[in-house]
Write a protein of this length. Structure first.
Lengths: 223, 215
């Protein structure tokens, strides 16, 4: 498997949310705003890379019969470590994300990558896979969060400075001044709606791209 | 010994699970030791911040060290006391309201005459866009308490407008402000009841006197 393939899989073809449809629980829960989506995505990426590397390094020793409990214990430990470290040294970020960090434990995408990739591949490809899957997840969460936030409260990346530091305050934009807000988008149903439309959109786009590729193949280029 | 053969043995699998548990527990223990002081410091900073928000004015003691624990409406209440020249000028304590989605934890500051200096919501799970107007970042509502005391408004008027009181409710959300108002009213009643004990405990050589606890 080439790195290009791993990258494309992680970001688009096999995207955690849009293709594998894993991790929908944290996805729906945190994407009330683009900032929350981004933060959750980045935290998940860190855990995903670490767990993929760890499990790939130990894959010789882990016997197939007890692999699931071993993976679960490792992932839970990594998440708890991230939780403690953020709480201690990035306390403002922790106050924003704290609720969601524990949710990473039940993110089946991480167990999924451990099982289907890291347990069969060397450390470097596993790290790349974790990173790309994480980026794909971050992309999906930020996109969903951005759409919900724009429609729901008329802003984008509100309070980004709390999470990323004051140098990122420029991200905070008000799209629609004096917007009264469209509550449905911020509430859980908004998450379902946006995820549904995005899934449908990706299917249409993929089909369109496949059809065009087929046409290009069928007509030999004459020069 | 070949690892491939070994992996299928029952003993190996037990040992593997034990080793995994041991390593992860050790890692967590180390991390907990390493992060503990920083987490405690960060939480103390948070507390200090929320205290100063409901305590305008200058005080010359360390609030976090000058506390009394008294039985309150929802179990024991830790009261932080602000002093100037060893006289208690104001106290700060937590009250808990019951909103639409569970507990609403508020911090309120009360001066020695029983006037509210400020109220802030520390923790809540109310509906975003409806109930979260109790946060000062979302609306000015919470400032309506400042300066109020038991008597202005009188007890039966200390409620949201829908219940015949003086405090606004929000369109589409009455339960949330009702919970906060009730909690604040309870806090004032608690202050009135415990006033002598809250204000009169003297400082002994920079340390608070031993706190009395009721059985």
């Amino acid at each position: 498997m080439t790195y290009a393939r791993i990258t494309k899989d992680g970001l688009w073809d096999n995207n955690v949310v849009f293709a594998q449809m894993l991790a929908l629980c944290p996805t729906l829960a945190v994407t009330g705003s683009a900032t929350n989506g981004l933060g959750m995505g980045l935290a998940t990426t860190a855990v995903l890379v670490a767990s993929n590397v760890l499990i790939s390094a130990l894959r010789q020793f882990i016997s197939a019969e007890v692999r699931i409990p071993v993976y679960v214990v490792f992932i839970a430990t990594l998440v708890t470590l991230v939780d403690m470290i953020l709480n201690a040294w990035a306390h403002d970020l922790y106050k924003v994300l704290g609720l969601f960090i524990a949710l990473i434990v039940v993110n089946c995408a991480i167990l999924g990558r451990a099982e289907s990739f890291a347990s069969k591949n060397a450390m470097l490809p596993s790290a790349v896979d974790g990173f790309m899957m994480g980026l794909g997840f971050t992309f999906a969460l930020t996109l969903i969060g951005g759409i919900r936030e724009a429609l729901g409260s008329g802003t984008l990346f509100a309070q980004a400075h709390l999470m990323l530091g004051s140098s990122f305050a420029f991200l905070e934009t008000t799209l629609i001044p004096h917007y009264k807000g469209y509550l449905l988008m911020i509430l859980p149903p908004g998450g379902f709606l946006v995820v549904g439309f995005l899934l449908a959109g990706k299917r249409v786009l993929d089909r369109h791209l496949a059809a065009r590729a087929a046409v290009v193949e069928a007509v030999p280029v004459t020069a | 010994m070949n690892l491939d053969n070994l992996r299928d043995k029952l003993g190996y699998q037990g040992a593997l699970l034990a080793a995994a548990a041991l390593i992860t527990t050790a890692a967590l223990a180390v991390a907990s030791r390493a992060t503990g002081p920083a987490i405690a410091a960060a939480e103390a900073r948070d507390l200090q911040q929320s205290l100063s928000q409901v305590l305008p004015g200058k005080f010359d003691n360390d609030l976090l060290k000058d506390t009394v624990v008294l039985p309150g409406p929802d179990g024991e209440v830790t009261v932080y006391r602000a002093r100037r020249a060893d006289q208690v000028e104001a106290v700060v304590f937590q009250v808990v309201g019951h909103g639409y989605a569970g507990r609403i934890v508020c911090m309120m500051g009360v001066d020695k005459d029983g006037h509210i200096l400020g109220v802030r919501v520390l923790k809540h799970a109310e509906t975003p866009g409806l109930g979260d107007k109790i946060e000062p970042a979302k609306s000015d509502w919470i400032h309506a308490f400042t300066g109020k005391y038991l008597g202005d408004p009188v007890a039966e008027k200390f409620a949201v407008k829908k219940d015949g009181g003086v405090f606004d409710q929000f369109a589409g959300a009455t339960i949330t402000p009702r919970g906060v108002v009730k909690a604040v009213k309870g806090g004032l009643a608690f202050f009135a009841k415990e006033k002598s004990r809250l204000l009169d405990t003297p400082m002994i050589a920079g340390k608070p006197a031993p706190t009395e606890k009721q059985p």
